[in-house]
Design a protein around this ligand. Structure first.
Ligand SMILES: CC(C)(COP(=O)(O)OP(=O)(O)OC[C@H]1O[C@@H](n2cnc3c(N)ncnc32)[C@H](O)[C@@H]1O)[C@@H](O)C(=O)NCCC(=O)NCCS
Ligand SMILES: Nc1ncnc2c1ncn2[C@@H]1O[C@H](COP(=O)(O)OP(=O)(O)OP(=O)(O)O)[C@@H](O)[C@H]1O
Length: 244
């Protein structure tokens, strides 16, 4: 419990640092009407966000491969936090027991991510509990990685819950990768083999894209072809240089 309180306090402090209007960076409560915070340092920090399966990773990968930009990925940090034997994994196992333990594992026990997903995407309280455990770890990883990359002119930060977790203050530019909810659903089902109900639950766990759109600096329409998405990136990447 002490560690959790400490983690929660760290995140609240981060939220306060990034966005003075923030009361709790973890919250997924309705949006405030205050302007979103932005990073104003010398480095360009492109925050790529969107909805689940809207195409964030595809955009991030393109920026990294075609424009050789360093890519920081919140999903990878969250995944690292839940490797076998980590403190966060032990906490999750303590809370949910064998229900989330990978079958046939010895020591240290690996998590069954599908089982954990089933829990957190069907129960908002449990989702909040997992988020208060993982998000401070993710936030620290961003801090460390950004310090390491401080000499780079431009970095890309992929953060699915950028708005929900009030992390816009990490980014100088926020790009929203957009498509329709039925497309999100279709892509989720095709990519992850989810049922329609599971896909809908996951989409409902995030702010709807219509709520995120007005908060972004750039909306990339990824409802068409992959080529059309790449074209939009090319049209907007030229302005992405180190600040004067
Ligand atoms: C539940 C878990 C184990 C499922 O793992 P899985 O490998 O199936 O999915 P993955 O981690 O690749 O996430 C896929 C997408 O799910 C969405 N998602 C993940 N966590 C959340 C969440 N707490 N709320 C809403 N959407 C979420 C994001 O769009 C993300 O890009 C995992 O998503 C997780 O640990 N989530 C809690 C941590 C978290 O909030 N991560 C978000 C980035 S900080
Ligand atoms: N324009 C597109 N047309 C068709 N399929 C697409 C398009 N863009 C992405 N996809 C596919 O949709 C799926 C989701 O894309 P991607 O993994 O990039 O989304 P994401 O936002 O990173 O997902 P998550 O939120 O789960 O991390 C992938 O299978 C990807 O290949």
């Amino acid at each position: 419990m002490g560690r959790q309180r400490e983690a929660s306090a760290e995140l609240t402090a981060l939220g306060d640092k990034l966005n003075t209007s923030s009361t709790n960076a973890m919250t997924t409560e309705p949006p405030t009407t205050v302007p979103q915070a932005r990073w104003h340092g010398p480095q360009r920090r492109i925050g790529v966000t969107g909805g689940i399966a809207s195409g964030k990773s595809s955009v991030g990968l393109y920026l990294s491969e075609q424009h050789a930009l360093p890519l920081l990925d919140a999903d990878i940090y969250a995944r690292d936090a839940l490797v076998a034997g980590s403190a966060a994994t032990m906490a999750v196992l303590q809370r949910y027991g064998n229900a989330v333990a990978e079958a046939g594992q010895c020591n240290p026990v690996s998590l069954d991510r599908i089982a954990l997903a089933n829990i957190i995407f069907s129960d908002v309280e449990e989702r909040r509990w997992v988020e208060q455990l993982i998000h401070p770890i993710v936030a620290k990883r961003f801090d460390v990685a950004l310090a390491d990359l401080s000499a780079e002119a431009v970095v890309v930060l992929m953060i699915p819950l950028l708005f929900e977790a009030k992390l816009t203050g990490l980014c100088s530019d926020v790009w929203l990768v957009d498509c329709s909810p039925p497309q999100q659903c279709q892509r989720l089902i095709a990519r992850d083999g989810l049922t329609l109900q599971e896909a809908e639950q996951r989409i409902a766990a995030q702010w709807p894209l219509e709520r995120k759109r007005p908060l972004a600096d750039l909306v990339i329409d990824n409802s068409g072809t992959v080529e059309s998405c790449h074209q939009q990136i090319e049209q907007n990447i030229n302005g992405i240089q180190k600040r004067a």
